[in-house]
Design a protein around this ligand. Sequence first.
Ligand SMILES: [Zn+2]
Length: 112
Amino acid sequence: MRITVKGPEEEKHKEIMALRQKVAGGKASEEDLELLKSKTKALMDEILSRPLEEVCRIQEIECKIPEKARIFSSVTCSCCGEKVMETRARVKDGQPTCIPCAENYNRGWGGS
Ligand SMILES: [Zn+2]
């Protein structure tokens, strides 16, 4: 959701900001302070007296929530050529291998 203030207030807003900076910098006179107060109030009144849709533009921003259950890609077993889900694949010599093949491999190495 994004709210953008639009309209001719921007110029007035700049005036107010300039005055505020003056005040913050300790360079403001009594007059400046009064001016800041009245300008701020005038701007607020103006904004508040108008319908919200006119002052702000409210946009619904669509955000895509990634699906929880992602589909895992499958890999091909380097041993028997079977398609194996990536999450279930084992790795043998740096190659994806299905579980049965990986087990056979391990057994083979375990020595009989
Ligand atoms: Zn295999």
